[in-house]
Structures are given as C-alpha cells and as structure tokens.
Design a protein around this ligand. Sequence first.
Ligand code: XMP
Length: 507
Amino acid sequence: MQEINHVAVLDFGSQYTQLIVRRVRELGFFAKLYSPEDIAEIGQPGAVILSGGPKSTSEPDAPDIDFEKLKSFQVPVLGVCYGMQLLNIKFGGSIKASNKREYGPAALKPISKANLYAGISDSSQVWMSHSDTVQDLHADCEVIAENQHGTPVSLKWPGGFYGIQFHPEVTHSHEGLQILKNFLSLASGLQAFHIEDFKREMIEGIREIVGDRQVVCGVSGGVDSTVLAVLLKEAGVKVRAIFVDNGLLRKDEAAEVQKNFKRMNVEIETVDASDRFLDALAGKDDPEEKRKIIGNMFIEVFWDAVGDAEMLAQGTLYPDVIESASNAKSKASVIKTHHNRVAKILELQEQGKVLEPLAELFKDEVRELGTSLGIEQDILNRHPFPGPGLAVRCPGALDRERLDIIRECDAIFIGKLKEHGWYDKVWQAYAGLIPVKTVGVKGDERSYEWATNLRAVISEDAMTAEWVDLPAQLLREASADILNQVAGINRVLYDISTKPPASIEWE
Ligand code: XMP
C-alpha cells in the first residue's frame, strides 16, 4: 500500500530507529519505517527522516540512499547521526572517520533559533552515539548548531535538508521531541495519526482480504489477542477464537477469560489440554526443556483444534516486525517473534492465509485501539502474562500441588495490589514458588514448608525493570493472608532485584 504524506523513516540500522517512528506518532503524525533500498515503495511522503546506523559512511558496504529519488519528493528531510553524515557526503562535503566513539550526553548550542531550533534553549542536553564527524562542508551548507567545543552538530542545506548529529528520539535529549516537532512543522499536509482513522482503514482492509473466509485466531486473554479478536468481530468476519488451557494458568483464569469474552460478545472455544501439558512436564526441571515442551505442545494442541484453517490471524505488533528492517532480505525475515513464525505459519503465509492487522501498531496504540473498540479498561490493563505461564514462576519440576500453591499465593497478592490501588501502577506482579523447605511454627506445631516470592516491577518494555517499593502495610497484609490461608507455605519473601541482572520471571 502506498502511503500519502506520512513521515517516512529510513532505517540505517540504529538501535533507536523504532523510537523515531514512535516519537513522530506521539506528535500526532503517521510514520512508517522503510529500508533505504525500498525508497521507491514509499509513495509521496510528507517528510523524510534518515535514521542513525552502526556503520561508518567510509565502509565499503555502508548503506546508501538514492539521492535523486530523495530530492524528487521535494519535502523536508532530516538526517540523524549517520543520516546527517550521508547527507553531507551527498551534498559534496566530507566525513572524518574515527574509531573513537562519542557516547553519552553533550551540550547543544543552537546558532540560529529558527526552524529546528525555534524555542530551544541556548544550551540543552542531547544524546550522542557516533564515531565519525563531519569535516568539510559544501559552500551551500550552513552550520545551525554546535556542541560545547564548537564542533558542528547540526547542518542545513538548501531545499529543506537538515542534519543533526545527536539523537532527538531518546529521552536523554531533553528538548529532542520539540526539535522533531519543529522539523515536522516545516512539512505541509502531513497525515495525522488518529487511532479512529486507523481502525476504519484496518477494518476495510480486513474485509477486503478475508471476504467470506473463516478466520481462526488464538486468544490468551492478553491485550493483543483480545483486541485482535474484537477487531475481527467488528469487521464482521467469521471468527473462530481458540483458547488453550495449558494447566499453567493463574487461579480461575480460564473462567475469567471466558467471562471477559462473553462481555465483549465474542465466542471462544476453550481447549482444556492441561493434562497433556502437565503429563509432558512431569519431572522436568531444566528451564529450557520446560519452555520447549510447553512451546511445542502449544503448537500441537492449537493446530489439532484448528484443523484446516482458511485463514489465521495473529496479534503480531510493530516492534516484532521492524527490528532490523534495513537488513531485511524479505519481509518474513524481519520477524523476531519465533512462535509467530513456526513452519506451519510460514507455509500459510506463503499461501496468503495469514492476517496480522496489528502489525503497524505499538503496544500502547493497541490499548488505544482496544478502547476505541469498546473493550473495558480492566481487560486492557491486565498485566502481561508469559506464554509458559506459571512454569517460569516455579523453579525446578512442576506438579499440580505446586501449581495450586502458586495460584493461591498469587491470587492473594494480586488481590491486595488491587485493594490498595497498586495494580495499575505496576507493569507486572506475581507470587511464585521457591520449592525449598524451611522450618517454621504453625499453631503449636513445627512446620516444614516452602517459601513464596512476591515480585512487583515497573518497566517500560520489559527489557529493564525496577522492583517496586510497595507500602509495608500492603506487604504485611499479603504476607499474613498467605501464611494463614495457604497450606504448604510458611515463609513469604519480597524480591528486590532489578533487571538486569535478574530477570522478571524466575526461569
Ligand atoms: P524476563 O523474565 O525475561 O521477562 O525478564 C520479560 C517479560 O517477558 C515475559 N516472558 C515471556 N513471555 N513467553 C512469553 O510470552 C516466554 O517464554 C516468556 N518469558 C518471559 C515476562 O512475563 C516479562 O513480561
């Protein structure tokens, strides 16, 4: 599909490229990522941003750009880091290669307070991550900002071309968002990003692709698959939503998911495969082996239930798709979510039978879409729950008794978080089992029982996480209830480990 007057972000491989797309959307405009090789597929953009990248422009295989095509758009262009260096070369300047990397904060001192730097402070912190710097500038090139050492860090060329050495997309560049906003204000007729418009387009697209075929989708009760199922229903297609109970769910979870889907008028088929999963897991204590068993069993059970699918819908999100678009040989190779790309699915994809309507959205946009589809907030704000379920919260071998204990502890802890107004403030929280017996006293008797670990973290993307300083009273109440009510537990611990080095789950 050719997009009209959106912001085209060309990906030269920087780890921050995805953030540029995000920031532009946060500013209210539609942005999409392209590989520089695909410049001919862009259509007519309203503005173009060239991202940073790990290469040096002097390397023989450094990514290039079709400069004539770029100029032919006749729209404002912003080169970030590598993007600026590339533009400088295209405009006849040169780059000084260096093997010393400048990484971290620097001061930005605008020379001209027009255009990119309208309203920007005289000296503001920006984030650098580069080794090469610009050297010779073409006569038509103007330096519009320097760093604290007087080195040029921002350039302007005729025809609406701008360059910045720093990364405006990261929050460490304090006025970065305003600089991006100033750049976008130079463009005219930019397509706004409204989730409502997006929803309308998605629904039309789904109807067109699906026709009267039946679409199967797996649902877990999590945000992405729930929004997907409701979106398909809203589009009026024939949906089969399949929910696999793997026996590793939280207390009453299968019933709750069924109840939630009923509230949304989406019928789901529940496949109770708990015995199959738990039998296969019996006695297995290696974390990787447990994961593998669960992953493979899920595929087996799900496809048994599906039978012959006319079409399959998946809740793949944008971050899964665009990980390294610039290196992509084909669209399929840029997908990183392995479970979304098993052989069976690749085969269906070849036949044009896989639908991924959320693939252009970020997580928070999926929540926004969910709201606009009328899904209630308690469903949209559920904490993420891992595919292997409680198995990653119980180190070592699993059995029904241990799972039941985790379920009880978890239900009490989550209940307390809700009661004290903390559930929506944390990214994820749970109670797990530490299957180590210690001595205690219960009533008048000596006890010899396991411990439970309570964990609550805040995070933006699960890549890093901080433990949450929960009120002592909440922890006190959760601990007392667990110790009083859960047979098999005589010790409650609170996990105060950051990620890294710990992970959020225990396995
Ligand atoms: P870790 O434990 O790696 O978890 O810090 C980061 C986030 O990912 C979730 N998680 C998983 N999700 N399959 C999933 O679908 C998995 O195997 C898996 N392992 C961890 C975890 O709950 C947290 O949100």
